[in-house]
Design a protein. Structure first.
Lengths: 100, 633
């Protein structure tokens, strides 16, 4: 399980062009309480899902702060544009961010 | 334009569209403007049907349409399609965008999109009091200048700003459009709009430290959702709500029972008999229909009038989305949504209400899962049955002094089995009937809010309690007639009930039950509450203990001892009671719930499956349990 999500994370980063500093990672890998700037949504995030995530404010350049994760591998809470919202880890994994 | 004319109906002067992100207090603004009360919840996506209302200002009549809460106008889902189509096709005279002052940046996306396709827009900047208390200050003049739109600061829950909004609406409806826009203009790119929103917020919003150093919400929030405390707190709250409901309902229930059944029934019977009506007519009307309706009111009204206000209080506080957050880890594994925990919690009050509550789940697939599995949340009507059976049959099995603990444990075990079954059936549905359906997740966690008591009482009593009670009574009254007929119509010297019970007995035996129980579940389908009284009535009728007038009348178990003796005499064993406890959990929902499922899904197919699935579980589980029991014993 762990390995798989790590692999997924690297794939997300590899497919990105340009931004590739050591600080780049996916949203679910952020430490609680730390903030990051969104770089992009993974190309594998498409259609309705992509549209919805952009409507929620997950667009490049936005600053997002990670809060707690729910028990039993549940969703992770984030603060973005003054709103607290939760995404499942698999969804957060599709958002590439740059730590600030 | 045709829709526009239809909406105005010749009576209103102006058409106003009310839009906004979910959870911005849009429905509160709507209620305040129109004075027409309807439900508002503290979670996203509550408004699904289009609510319309009318308000008057300066001698003009405004028709206002409350459109579903949406994040954007890009037609990603149904609600967004509705909103964007409405704006483009009906060309309202004015669009009010309700924005949340505590999260202005996110709310501005929708506002900027509306500006692109509509020429007359006013921003209702709601929750300004909440922003203030959280240390957020919005400079409304600057915001007006940067947006080029009028901005009305409001605290709709307290009614602040409503007057200004009305005056502004009148002024703007009369005036020429702010900008010329083509209604079919293309929406600008979201990323650009977010950049713009970000720039505006930087100019107009400043933060200051809240007056009271520590933010109490942060600490409380941590307590409610953290790894170690979330589940114990959730369990305690849930247990407390159930305990208060079951205990608190006892006294008012018996009072209502005395009034409606003890006093009202003989009075009514006397009145009808005095008119010289034949015995069969007064039997059907008074002993059948009136008694069933009275019984349902007496047993359903008090628990619902306690449960729903408490549930609505938790909703208003903002606790429920946190429960969904805590539970999603477990529910997602079964292919379900964390919000299903809330619809299940509601189901413990009433499954019909739980099914309606599933509207809060935006994703159609997960919503259907929640609707179809809600029956495994034991409703108010079934707790008393379980408690009675456990105290009659399980308690005596335990050693001296441990009886009540044993019966409590048995009831709890059935409730927990229900939770497990709802997860298992959710998982099975995802793998079979709902395979490949689209799935999505997002959960907004609104800040904890201090509750609005009047709204809670209104919502819970009118929208929930009376709504459910009315449906239940409508179904129970004809069932009362059927119950009376079954016990009183005779074929070949035996009541109809006798032949029906005979026919059902083999299946009953197989499932560890008996024919009487199965017949009771069939004719008491309108409400789970009347299952036990129906069983007792049928048992008495068939044993011949009551002759003539008394048969076909529902009655309350008065003394546990006499009921146990009566059931023992009718051949009940521990197996019968335990199987019935299982069947009480796993059988078709009551007709009120099935009808509600049909209304909510608009599909006979899903209404059918919602009944067939738990019934299938019940048949299999009870049969296996009985087989196992007979092999061991």
């Amino acid at each position: 399980m762990m390995n798989f999500s790590k692999r997924l994370r690297f794939r997300v980063l590899d497919e990105r062009s340009g931004v590739g500093t050591g600080k780049a990672r996916s949203l679910d890998a952020l430490r609680p309480g730390s903030a990051a700037r969104i770089v992009e949504l993974a190309p594998s995030c498409r259609g309705f899902e992509r549209r919805r995530m952009m409507d929620l404010g997950l667009v490049p350049g936005s600053v997002i702060e990670r809060a707690e994760q729910a028990p039993f591998g549940g969703p992770i809470a984030f603060r973005l544009r003054g709103v607290t919202m939760a995404l499942r880890p698999a969804q957060a994994n599709m958002v590439a961010v740059e730590e600030m | 334009m045709q829709t526009r004319m239809a909406l105005l109906g010749g009576k209103s002067d102006y058409l106003v569209a009310l839009i906004g992100n979910p959870n911005t207090g849009k429905s509160t603004v709507f209620n305040r403007l129109t004075g027409m009360r309807q439900h508002t919840g503290n979670w996203p996506g509550k408004t699904t049907a289009l609510a319309e209302g009318v308000f008057e200002e300066g001698g003009k009549t405004f028709k206002i349409v409350d459109l579903p809460g949406t994040y954007s106008l890009e037609a990603a889902d149904n609600d967004e399609q509705v909103v964007s189509e409405f704006l483009r096709s009906t060309e309202p005279d004015l669009t009010i965008v309700v924005a949340d002052a505590t999260a202005l940046e996110r709310n501005l996306l929708l506002c900027l999109q509306v500006m692109a396709i509509h020429g007359k827009v006013v921003v209702a900047l709601n929750l300004i009091d909440e922003a203030q208390s959280r240390g957020i200050k919005v400079d409304c003049e600057k915001l007006e200048a940067s947006l080029g739109l009028p901005v009305i600061p409001m605290a709709a829950r307290r009614g602040q700003g409503i007057g200004e909004l009305r005056r502004k609406a009148l002024e703007m409806a009369k005036a020429a459009p702010q900008r010329e826009v083509a209604p079919n203009a293309k929406l600008p790119d979201s990323e650009d709009l977010y950049l713009k929103a970000n720039r505006i917020v930087k100019e107009c919003v400043s933060s200051f430290a809240p007056r009271f150093g520590v933010d109490w919400r942060g600490g409380l929030d941590w307590l409610l959702t953290s790894r170690w405390t979330a589940f114990p707190i959730m369990f305690l709250i849930f247990a407390l709500v159930l305990w208060l409901t079951i205990q608190g309902a006892n006294y008012p229930s018996s009072l209502l029972d005395q009034l409606l059944v003890g006093w009202g029934h003989p009075q009514l019977k006397g009145l009808v008999d005095a008119t010289g009506a034949p015995a069969w007519l007064s039997g059907i009307l008074v002993d059948g229909m009136y008694l069933a309706g009275a019984w349902v009111i007496a047993v359903m009204l008090p628990p619902m009038a306690i449960f729903f206000p408490m549930f609505t209080l938790l909703e208003d506080l903002g606790y429920l989305p946190r429960v969904a957050f805590n539970m999603d880890g477990l529910f997602s594994r079964a292919g379900a949504h964390g919000k299903q925990a809330l619809t299940m919690a509601m189901g413990y009050g009433c499954n019909a209400a739980g099914v309606v509550a599933a509207r809060i789940i935006e994703s159609p697939r997960e919503r259907l899962v929640a609707i179809l599995t809600n029956n495994f949340a034991l409703c108010n009507g079934r707790w008393p049955t379980l408690i009675l059976l456990a105290s009659l049959f399980v308690a005596p099995l335990a050693p001296e002094g441990w009886g009540s603990l044993a019966s409590m444990g048995a009831v709890l075990a059935v409730a927990l089995l229900g939770v497990a079954l709802s997860l298992v059936s959710a998982w099975m549905l995802s793998k079979t009937l709902l395979k490949g359906e689209h799935c999505s997740f997002h959960l907004e966690i609104p800040p904890l809010r201090s509750p609005c008591l009047w709204q809670i009482i209104y919502t819970s009593l009118i929208d929930r309690t009376l709504f459910v009670l009315w449906r239940a009574v409508v179904f129970a009254v004809p069932a009362g007639a059927v119950i009376w007929l079954v016990a009183n119509v005779s074929i070949a010297d035996a009541p109809l009930a006798y032949w029906l019970v005979e026919g059902l007995s083999p299946l009953g035996w197989l499932m560890g039950l008996n024919g009487v129980i199965l017949l009771a579940y069939i004719i008491a389908v309108p409400a789970n509450e009347i299952v036990v009284p129906t069983i007792l009535m049928l048992t008495l009728t068939l044993s011949g203990a009551v002759a003539g007038n008394g048969s076909g009348m529902l009655f309350e178990p008065e003394e546990a001892g006499s009921v146990r003796a009566m059931l023992d005499a009718a051949g009940w064993t521990t197996l019968t009671a335990l199987s019935m406890m299982l069947f009480c959990l796993c059988h078709n929902p009551c007709s009120t719930t099935i009808y509600t499922i049909y209304k909510e899904t608009k599909s006979l197919r899903w209404a059918f499956w919602s009944a067939a699935m738990p019934l299938g579980f019940g048949l299999v589980l009870c049969t296996l349990f009985a087989l196992f029991w007979r092999l061991i014993a």
